[in-house]
Write a protein that binds this ligand. Structure first.
Ligand SMILES: Nc1nc2c(ncn2[C@@H]2O[C@H](COP(=O)(O)OP(=O)(O)OP(=O)(O)O)[C@@H](O)[C@H]2O)c(=O)[nH]1
Ligand SMILES: [Mg+2]
Length: 374
């Protein structure tokens, strides 16, 4: 009897051990196999992990929303000028010293003397009855700038943004600016955008000074599947402009975009060469070019106003494109060019890819500049 009891106890012990052991084995295997991460499994296997350790993938440019890129580009202006102004002008009654500092900061922001005077006078009027809160201060600036820019911005030609298939008229766009401002890149982006809307676009490589400039444009045109007219050996830029327009008219194109060589606004002979191109175009179409766009590198400060003034005097600029707003751009010069020359900003560039060129939207721009909530 006792023997039987001992045997039964042993059997029970073996069964219990088997169950406990099985459970441990089961949980171990389950833990091991349900780890989806290859590197963790490799660690458990005692193998060296060959998988490169990666951090969060860097966002691609097109994954960062446009507004954020714009805000970042205008960030320096925002913090150095508007941020400092906020500290000086809000929270306490306005002193003469604060007004003086305000003027200095606005001049440093390249806002131009006329606008600075107006701004300061309106601001004094606004705060004479009390103290401004930071938010109110920003709204004051937003409204002030909006009021001065809105009517000018409304003059921008919608043909530059949207292709209307019912509008069969050929639109001739001449693109000018100083060296390296971003003309060729901008034309590449613009041609791509218009072509993707279904427009037939022809681009003229009128920069006959540098073979590399023509090749650079050709790359963009090939990518956009857009025809490009290039110079014959030794041809004058005006000749290429003429040939491109003739080709555009013959083939029933919707847009004819002309790239020109960069030049200093102070070089009279080079500026005259642009006038000549305009006159030559008018032989084929007296209304051409319909748009003369000046490309300005947004990093340029006060000098941008002089550039715009000279190009405008020679050619009658109809629209501005500010490029490189992804760098530490000085937004003030853009505002004073618009208000002083009464020319709208039509596009704004914040990088080198097609998505980095966008239509200038005044509300959005002011929101980004003043760091206002969306
Ligand atoms: N970061 C940045 N770079 C830009 C932008 N637009 C153009 N670029 C760069 O600026 C450089 C000059 O651009 P181009 O398009 O060759 O300038 P361009 O006015 O045609 O120059 P020239 O023909 O030599 O007068 C290139 O390296 C472009 O990639 C922009 O919005 N942001
Ligand atoms: Mg170029």
């Amino acid at each position: 009897m006792e023997f039987l009891n001992t045997n039964a106890a042993n059997n029970l012990g073996i069964i219990a051990l088997t169950i406990v052991g099985g459970a441990i084995f089961y949980f171990f295997m389950r833990k091991y196999y349900t780890r989806s991460d290859k590197s963790e499994r490799a660690e458990l296997q005692g193998l060296k992990d060959e998988t490169p350790k990666t951090f969060e993938p860097l966002p691609q440019p097109d994954e960062i929303p446009w507004f954020e890129r714009l805000q970042k580009g205008l960030g320096r202006s925002s913090s150095e000028i508007w941020g400092k102004l906020e500290k000086i002008l809000t929270g306490s009654t306005l002193t003469d010293d604060a007004i003086e500092q305000m003027e200095e900061l606005l001049y440093a922001a390249d806002l131009g003397p006329l606008m600075v005077t107006e701004l300061v006078m309106e601001f004094q009027e606004k705060v004479k009855d009390g103290v401004l809160k930071p938010y109110e201060f920003k709204l004051f600036f937003r409204d002030f700038l909006h009021k001065r820019l809105k009517n000018i911005q409304e003059k921008a030609n919608p043909d530059l943004y949207t292709f209307d298939p019912n509008n069969k008229k050929l639109k001739v766009i001449m693109v000018v600016g100083v060296n390296g401002a971003g003309k060729t890149t901008t034309i590449g982006k613009l041609a791509t955008k218009l072509q993707s809307q279904g427009a037939k676009v022809i681009v003229g490589a009128c920069d006959t000074f540098r073979a590399a400039a023509v090749d650079q444009l050709q790359v963009w045109c090939d990518r956009a599947k857009v025809e490009m007219v290039r110079a014959k050996e030794g041809a004058a830029p005006s000749g290429v402009a003429y040939e491109t327009l003739a080709q555009a008219m013959k083939s029933g194109a919707d847009y004819c975009i002309l790239d020109t060589a960069g030049r200093l606004h102070t070089k009279e002979n080079l500026m005259e060469e642009l006038s000549k191109s305009k006159r030559v175009l008018a032989k084929l179409d007296p209304t051409a070019p319909h748009e003369t766009l000046l490309v300005i590198d947004a990093i340029t400060g006060q000098n941008a106003i002089r550039q715009a003034d000279e190009f405008n005097k020679t050619l009658g600029v109809t629209g501005l494109i500010f490029t490189k707003c992804d760098g530490s751009s000085k937004a003030g010069s853009a505002i004073s060019i618009v208000t002083e020359l009464k020319i709208p900003i039509v596009y704004i560039g914040v990088g080198e890819s097609v998505e980095d060129l966008n239509i200038f939207n005044l509300n959005e721009y002011l929101r980004a500049l003043l760091n206002l909530p969306t």
